[in-house]
Write a protein that binds this ligand. Structure first.
Ligand code: SAH
Ligand code: SF4
Length: 349
């Protein structure tokens, strides 16, 4: 919702100051979908608001709930016609996370990623990012009324389309909106930002939001291979990433998640496991690094790359190799997390 516009509108209409707070509460905390539902306002004001303002900055084109009821994907049309996706995931019964997009498309172009294959359309505004959470809150609110009770939207992960550190101004603004007690009121520790590994961004985030969780999409512990699949590695290689992580730990003393997609015969051998362990040892702070092994999701967009997910056996083997070297590691396997992995396959045409 455009808060500046709302404030101006209320001023122009000679409304008392508390109106703004009243509307903010109804929209951000009670999850109303339309101004007409705010029964504490006069009918005239509700109608005027409906005419003048929109609660959401985009049109909802499609919502696809999964069969098991544990996730839903939405297709959203921005005011200039560009399309983005946003995902709702339930990691545990009754708990929900939103996976937000921060760009339409992505300029980084990782070869295994469907979003990367669609190219870059534009940066999202802080409002467009935060409104994705607002939309899912409304969606849950509607379900709450009719069907399920005790639903909680507890986490927001920046793991949808786009690279957060290439749109940091708007992403950081959206974090402020999400953690504002008078708006969404999320705790910083309930938010997670995932990056393909932009060193400067990691340092900025450590300083500005030391309590927000950080995930780094590492995927390869070898510069040559990483550069082949993730062009960003040519700008920020493993050494520069290592320095950024060391600074991050100095400032925040918080755990970082290293994401590692398991690609058959590409990055899943015993030698790759050793390289990953050596890299983690070279960073230091073993107890503050946790590896998440992710299953590669093949999509039509990435089919020309001929990539395959590693087998279950190979994934278990890889995990053991790291455990033997005392590295904390999990295979993402619960449904919610799998759909979270599916965040990496978002593409709109
Ligand atoms: N641009 C950021 C945020 C996107 S998060 C980043 O890259 O971290 C999306 C996550 O899904 C990233 O870890 C990404 O590497 C991963 N991913 C991309 N394509 C994938 C695929 N086809 N299968 C599984 N994970 C994928
Ligand atoms: Fe962009 Fe992340 Fe996909 Fe790479 S993995 S293309 S950085 S969205």
């Amino acid at each position: 919702m455009d808060l500046q516009k709302l404030e101006q509108f209320l001023k122009d209409n000679n409304q008392p100051k508390f109106r703004l707070e009243q509307i903010k509460k109804a929209v951000y905390q009670d999850g109303i979908s339309a101004f007409s539902e705010i029964t504490t306002l006069s009918k005239d004001l509700r109608e005027a608001l409906e005419k003048e303002m929109k609660v959401l900055s985009f049109e909802v084109k499609k919502v696809l709930p999964s069969n098991d009821g544990n996730s839903a994907e939405s297709l959203l049309e921005l005011s200039d016609g560009k399309l983005i996706e946003s995902v709702l995931i339930s990691p545990k019964p009754g708990l929900w996370s939103v996976c937000v997009s921060c760009q339409a498309g992505c300029p980084v172009g990782c070869r295994f990623c469907a979003t990367g294959k669609m190219g870059f359309k534009r940066n999202l505004t802080a409002e467009e990012i935060a409104d994705q959470v607002l939309f899912w809150r409304q969606y849950l609110q509607k379900n709450l009324k009719f069907k399920i009770s005790n639903l909680k939207l507890t986490n927001v992960v920046y793991m949808g389309m786009g690279e957060p550190f290439l749109n940091w101004e708007q992403v950081s603004e959206s974090i402020k909106i999400l953690t504002d007690k008078k708006l969404f009121g999320f705790g910083s520790r309930s938010l997670s930002v995932s990056t393909a590994g932009i060193a400067e961004g990691i340092e900025k985030m450590a300083k500005e939001f030391p309590q927000v969780n950080l995930a780094v999409s590492l995927h390869f512990a070898d510069d040559e291979k990483r550069g082949q699949y993730m062009p960003i590695n040519k700008k920020d290689n493993l050494e520069s990433l290592k320095k950024a992580l060391q600074k991050y730990f100095e400032i925040t003393k918080r755990k970082v998640f290293l994401e590692y997609i398991m690609l058959d015969k590409i990055n899943d051998s015993a030698e790759d496991a050793k390289k990953l362990a050596d890299y983690i040892y070279s960073i230091g702070k073993l107890q503050l690094l946790h590896v998440n092994l992710i299953r590669f999701n093949a999509t039509p967009e990435t089919s020309i790359e001929n990539l395959k997910p590693s087998s279950k056996n190979q994934t278990q083997f890889f995990k053991k190799e790291l455990e033997n070297r005392h590295i904390s590691i999990t295979i993402r396997k619960s449904l919610g997390e799998e759909v979270q992995g599916a965040c990496g396959q978002l593409a709109t045409h």
